[in-house]
Design a protein around this ligand. Structure first.
Ligand SMILES: Cc1cc2nc3c(=O)[nH]c(=O)nc-3n(C[C@H](O)[C@H](O)[C@H](O)COP(=O)(O)OP(=O)(O)OC[C@H]3O[C@@H](n4cnc5c(N)ncnc54)[C@H](O)[C@@H]3O)c2cc1C
Length: 381
């Protein structure tokens, strides 16, 4: 698989599987197993895994393009996909000796969905500071934790779980573990009924004295924080920016279609022909969407050729993308008026989905705090 085949395959799956079901899945809060099966069969679950693990070894550019294309059709599926890619990268970066080869093989074969279980009820959006603590159990550990939101909860085949290291001394001395679905003590702890991204099963989960063997410890003791920042954060922020871009593109497409098709019969004109104010709103939406697209390309370039400004760009991209998605989808709601408000169009789903980006950690507020601290030369944590 190369960049072109990956993006065209994503487009084909988006049109064939995601688009026809997105509206109903959103309404029912139904996780699309069909979408994940299709992505797996097409080889997209192993997109970024190295070739030696059976993956396609493709980089940030293809990941962003595939994610944006999926989000244009159904942002819930795109979010499931991005969480999986972040988890797969963490598993692939496991410390030497970790027993992750079978999991990587299953991911590459398209039979294994993974996800991140970082956020805890006790530390809320401060995912870098879990309050749970692993307990020694021979060479392995036992984990007990209240994970507040886990995308693909109950649907994933494994969970990348954070917990304070048994002897960790500070709030960020965490360790990452791979917890397979079916592990005794691991359970979905409630329903998922969100305002947006309703079809991605982001339910709470509990770990009740789960036994994790040493082979499934992904990082050295206390090195989970480094993996969160070094492996997960760049991909996660790029992926959420790509989801925002897909939402913006869909909003422009839906708004343009509505302005062309809805008519003032008494004037003999479409809305778009009749009202310069709606044309101006559509133009602003397009400008902002293309601006976000350029920002995503810029982040890809910074990840492919890391330099001094890369960390800042990683932080900025998610904060900016969340704001742009809210602004563009809000403009779409206004331009499409009653048709959007009364749910005759998909625009209101896009509007609701766009709001999740700003809530997901690191939130837009936290990112601004980090960015300003970095500019002022203050410590981030
Ligand atoms: C759809 C969805 C899917 C998710 N999936 C996952 C997942 O798969 N895995 C996972 O681990 N988590 C997941 N999360 C959880 C998410 O990452 C956050 O942990 C969660 O949304 C935080 O919610 P909160 O409002 O309780 O945070 P709070 O910490 O209570 O934040 C409340 C408000 O305070 C602000 N705030 C907090 N700290 C600061 C600060 N230092 N400076 C300035 N402002 C601050 C926040 O921006 C927010 O506006 C998901 C969330 C959503 C919405």
């Amino acid at each position: 698989m190369n960049h072109e085949t990956a993006t065209s395959t994503a487009g084909e799956i988006a049109d064939r599987v995601l688009v026809p079901a997105a509206r109903q899945n959103d309404k029912e809060g139904r996780f699309s197993t069909e979408a994940i099966d299709a992505l797996g069969r097409a080889g997209l679950l192993g997109l970024t895994l190295p070739a030696e693990s059976g993956g396609s070894g493709l980089g940030p550019s293809t990941f962003a393009a595939v994610t944006a294309r999926l989000a244009e059709a159904d942002a819930s599926v795109a979010m499931v996909y991005l969480m999986h890619v972040c988890a797969a990268a963490t598993i692939a970066a496991a410390r030497p000796g970790a027993a992750v080869a079978p999991t990587l093989k299953e991911i590459a074969a398209g039979r294994h969905l993974s996800t991140l279980a970082f956020s805890e009820a006790g530390s809320r959006s401060h995912f870098w500071a879990p309050v749970s603590r692993a307990r020694r159990n021979g060479a392995g550990v036992r984990l007990s934790a209240k994970k507040s939101w886990v995308t693909s909860a109950g649907h994933a085949q494994s969970y990348v779980v954070s917990s304070l290291a048994p002897e960790g001394t500070g709030p960020t001395n965490s360790t990452l573990y791979l917890v397979p679905a079916g592990t005794r003590g691991l359970a979905v702890a409630g329903p998922w009924d969100g305002l947006g991204l309703r079809a991605n099963a982001s339910a709470p989960m509990t770990l009740d004295d789960c036994e994790v063997p040493s082979g499934l410890q992904l990082t050295d003791d206390g090195m989970g924080f480094q993996a969160m920042l070094g492996v997960v954060l760049p991909l996660f922020n790029l992926g959420t920016a790509a989801v925002a871009l897909g939402l913006c593109r869909a909003a422009v497409t839906e708004t343009a279609a509505h302005l062309k098709s809805a008519r003032f019969e008494h004037l003999g004109q479409s809305l778009g022909e009749s009202l310069p104010t709606l044309r101006a709103q559509l133009a602003t939406m397009q400008i902002d969407t293309d601006g976000l697209s350029a920002r995503v390309d810029d982040l890809v370039d910074h990840l492919e050729r890391p330099r001094d400004t890369t960390t800042l760009r990683v932080l900025e991209s998610k904060a900016a993308a969340g704001d742009v998605a809210i602004s563009v989808t809000s403009a779409a709601m206004r331009a499409c008026g009653g048709a959007a408000f009364s749910k005759h169009l998909n625009v209101e789903r896009l509007f609701r989905d766009a709001h999740a980006g700003a809530v997901m950690a690191p939130t837009g507020d936290v990112l601004r705090e980090f960015i300003s601290r970095a500019i002022l030369g203050m410590p981030l944590f």
